[in-house]
Design a protein around this ligand. Structure first.
Ligand code: FES
Ligand code: MG
Length: 592
């Protein structure tokens, strides 16, 4: 490929202030000399080549992203081929299933540390290696704050899992395996084998969980090359995409194409439509709101309701459907989904992307998806498959993911007009309390019960736990009642066929309305008005509020305490609030 003529660049590279400042030879020498000690040459550092960071999220304790260690060599080759110089650096690891108390605690920590690296080192652009759930939002949040040219390179899902001839998907199979173990269909060895069968190869979760959802949405946002998100980790196209991504970031630096050019309000609206169409994880709304806030873009849960609630589900992937990542990729992946939405008028066609072209341009030559896995817009899997945003006298915002709700609940809750559900709450003080008491017959759980869990939000847990999917007690399961409506200030992992009122904000631990609920309180869920209300007099609520004593929050690590002192609520992205004041820092806070 033709190398960019460095003399044609209309602006000075940021890195030249470190490596090539004729006014200050002594500092330049100091900056340059240590970079030479592993074999780089002065020629490479001082010839006006863009210095490109490769933000490495993979490690032995982050196995979902571990293959980025090898893929980085292909990214680096692409950077070299386009005339840049790659410098790989580590990101604080985030692994969803291994980190205690929850990986959600680490998103903001990884974000903070990435901001320091991008701001404090001589980088002209960055490749963000993403994969496991929180690595994608953490990287995009950091790139937004600093606003240097940035491109997402996803690690891709694992290969499809199989067990005795049937598909087994990450996360979803665990629920089924637990049931089979409980019913004696399999023993411990069978249980371990069945769950492990979903973990086939390098890559992140192969279901449409948070990882594949967030990488698909990064692509929909315009921040990765088209087609990047769904390529399975081990496929040769993954390595080829790594090379193409390395080439492209150098071109982006030369064109001065920045996150602020791409992550616009229109782009976030596109994300919302794609989220509905793919059946994205309920963790996506807060992550996207957080990225937008760090970008300084007005994007809130209102946009999720306004743009996405009535978009249909098009993708037949678990947990909302049947297939896994390989089929999604082979069927056309994110571009095929976006093509359907664009033709239906559900996307902003002029949104800019990392290609330097609009999404309409990017999608101009995309073929129709394989209809087995990516449906035509007119023949969707399910109508109205987005997130419903709720409010009421207990909270400001909460979300309900519609695409996974089973047919019976859909008929009741989403009929036109929908049913008004009235029942009584049973309240748990956290996951430990739920597990300890759910089988207690004195709770009086029946088919009109709403299971409530509190103290599981960003401050309470801390970090916000994935615990709002609560199963009914065994007595109800035996009667065939396998799901009840649930509500909580935490998040929800995997799939739940019941209506789940998630991410309740503000959370109980900071005095949100859930803190005032008592088991037995009557509650009404009305999806006509999108309200959830406890049916007790305001005067009684005021008495309870006056008597409320904040829970004692015991932090186990310094970071838990620091995060608790400044984290916001899930409804506004769960951001470190002081950090949201630092927008576009290279321009607004003085380049250094
Ligand atoms: Fe890492 Fe699912 S646990 S991607
Ligand atoms: Mg998760």
């Amino acid at each position: 490929m033709a190398e960019f003529d460095q003399t044609k660049r209309a602006f000075k590279l940021r890195s030249e202030r470190w490596f090539n400042d004729p006014q200050d030879p002594s500092m330049t020498a100091l900056y340059v000399e240590r970079q030479l000690n592993f074999g780089l040459t002065r020629g490479e550092l001082q010839s006006g080549r863009p210095i490109i960071g490769i933000a490495q999220t993979g490690s032995d304790i982050a196995p979902c992203n571990r293959h980025h260690i090898e893929l980085a060599t292909r990214i680096a080759a692409g950077i070299r081929d386009a005339g840049g110089v790659p410098l790989e650096f580590p990101i604080h690891p985030i692994q969803e299933t291994l980190k205690r108390p929850t990986a959600a605690l680490d998103r903001n920590l990884a974000y903070l540390s990435l901001v320091e690296v991008l701001h404090g080192y001589p980088l002209d652009g960055v490749v963000l290696t993403t994969g496991c759930d929180k690595t994608t939002p953490a990287c995009l949040m950091g790139a937004a704050t600093v606003n240097i040219p940035a491109i997402v390179f996803s690690g891709g899902p694992m290969l499809d899992g199989h067990y005795h001839g049937r598909l087994t998907g990450s996360g979803t199979i665990v629920w089924e395996a637990r049931r089979m173990l409980a019913e004696g269909q399999i023993d411990y060895e069978g249980f371990m084998d069945l769950v492990a069968s979903s973990s086939t190869s390098v890559g992140h979760c192969n279901t449409m969980g948070t990882a594949l959802s967030m990488n698909s949405l990064a692509e929909a946002l315009g921040m990765s090359l088209p087609g990047c998100a769904a390529i399975p980790g081990p496929y040769r196209e993954r390595g080829q995409m790594a090379h193409a991504t390395g080439v492209r970031i150098v071109e982006m630096v030369n064109a001065n194409l920045r996150p602020s050019d791409i992550m616009t309000k229109a782009a976030f609206e596109n994300v919302v439509a794609v989220a509905s169409a793919i059946g994205a994880s309920s963790n996506c709304p807060p992550h996207m709101v957080a990225i937008a806030r760090h970008m300084g873009v007005d994007h809130t849960l209102d946009d999720w309701q306004r743009v996405g609630a009535n978009v249909p589900l098009l993708v037949d992937c678990q947990p909302a459907g049947r297939f896994l990542g390989e089929k999604f990729h082979q069927g056309g992946g994110v571009p095929a989904v976006m093509k359907e939405l664009l033709a239906a008028g559900r996307l902003n066609p002029q949104a800019m992307t990392v290609t330097g072209k609009t999404i309409a341009d990017n999608l101009a030559k995309i073929a129709d998806g394989d209809r087995e896995v990516i449906r035509a817009y007119e023949k969707p899997m399910k109508e109205h498959a987005g997130f419903i945003v709720l409010t009421g006298n207990l909270f400001d915002t909460a979300v309900m993911k519609i695409s996974v709700i089973d047919a019976e609940f859909r008929a009741r809750f989403l009929s036109d007009p929908p049913d008004i559900f009235e029942g009584k709450v049973v309240v748990f003080e956290g996951p430990e309390d739920y597990h300890a008491r759910i089988e207690d017959p004195d709770l009086g759980v029946d088919e009109r019960t709403v299971l409530v869990i509190r103290n599981t939000g960003p401050v309470g847990y801390p970090g916000a736990a994935e615990v709002v999917n609560m199963q009914p007690p065994a007595a109800l399961l035996k009667r065939g009642i396998t799901a009840l409506p649930t509500m909580g200030d935490g998040r929800q992992s995997g799939t739940s066929a019941s209506p789940s009122i998630l991410n309740v904000s503000p959370e109980a631990a900071v005095g949100g309305g859930l803190a005032l609920l008592q088991s037995g309180d009557p509650i009404r869920i009305d999806l006509n008005t999108r309200r959830v209300d406890v049916l007790i007099p305001e005067a009684e609520l005021a008495v309870r509020r006056a008597a409320w004593v904040p829970p004692v929050l015991l932090s186990k690590t310094p970071w838990e305490e620091i995060q608790r002192s400044m984290v916001g609520q899930l409804g506004s992205g769960g951001c470190l609030e002081p950090a949201t004041l630092y927008l576009n820092i290279l321009e607004t806070r003085g380049e250094s």
